[in-house]
Design a protein around this ligand. Sequence first.
Ligand SMILES: Nc1ncnc2c1ncn2[C@@H]1O[C@H](COP(=O)(O)OP(=O)(O)OP(=O)(O)O)[C@@H](O)[C@H]1O
Ligand SMILES: [Mg+2]
Length: 331
Amino acid sequence: MSDLISAHGLVKVYKGRKSEVRALDGVDLAVPEGTVLGLLGPNGAGKTTAVRILATLLKPDAGTATVGGHDIVREPDAIRRLMGLSGQYAAVDENLTGSENLWLFGRLYQLSSAEAHSRADELLGQFDLEDARDRVVKTYSGGMRRRLDLASALIGRPRLLILDEPTTGLDPRSRLGMWDVIRGLVREGVTLLLTTQYLEEADELADKITVIDHGKIIALGTADELKSQVGGERIEVVIRDRDTIAQARELLARDCGEEPTLDEHTRKMTVPAHGGAQTLVQIVRDLDEAGIHIDDIALRRPTLDDVFLALTGHASVDDPTGDEPVKGRAA
Ligand SMILES: Nc1ncnc2c1ncn2[C@@H]1O[C@H](COP(=O)(O)OP(=O)(O)OP(=O)(O)O)[C@@H](O)[C@H]1O
Ligand SMILES: [Mg+2]
């Protein structure tokens, strides 16, 4: 399986008057044909910058990349013919109708007027926008706009699709709908590079996940591989009576071979469960034998949020250090 996208050591520095931002600081990416790569990172991580470079909209300051075997700097036209891009901010025109927008994109992709019309009709059907086809986009909901934007990226039947945060701002139901649409495209064989700040989304859609933070790749693997980096499964026990906590703690340490951590406020103890469900059974038995009552016990697999926290020392979203403040500019 050859790589449809292959990037090495990409660097991008945005220079301001007083300071500069190293938006990408040596990024490598590989997306084998027919697979989905999730580029996961918080605000300001460098996702859009990477996407724009691969889509030939921005030149890197250092590093090289090929898309479909074509060099991003020397052969941008060849790359644009094989890929579709749905950017973070919609590219559709608010004052045109859905069908006018798609027709226009079709013409931009060198389709004849008749071909553009029939491709537009096909996509309006596929994306459940038939009823809204003759309404101006201004009147569309956020979910409808997103779908139209994705449809416009598909006009030229691209082999490669790049989606920059396809579900940001959508409500949970629209997000699920979008995931279905994306899965359908992948089933049809489209290669996909998807950026997201949602760990759950990368977990849902991507074969491999590349985690980016402050312009650097900090982890790469399948969702399961990343999760196992934070030490696998854990058992959480909520002890009912405070005065049995000390005894429970000893017991858990013995069963798991490691000191549990305790949240005093919630009376919740957490301990690594190397033996999985078997360890859980042992703990339940021992607590019961010792007459220690519990309110809750669970075997918890780590989430990708835990992975992010473990890798970066900060949470994945709402990272206050992620964005450089803009200085010396009036609001
Ligand atoms: N045109 C620009 N001029 C100056 N700095 C920029 C420019 N575009 C992006 N940056 C900075 O580069 C860094 C990376 O930005 P980028 O938009 O690639 O991040 P992102 O991961 O897409 O974030 P988000 O999730 O918020 O979309 C940020 O610190 C951002 O402020
Ligand atoms: Mg972005």
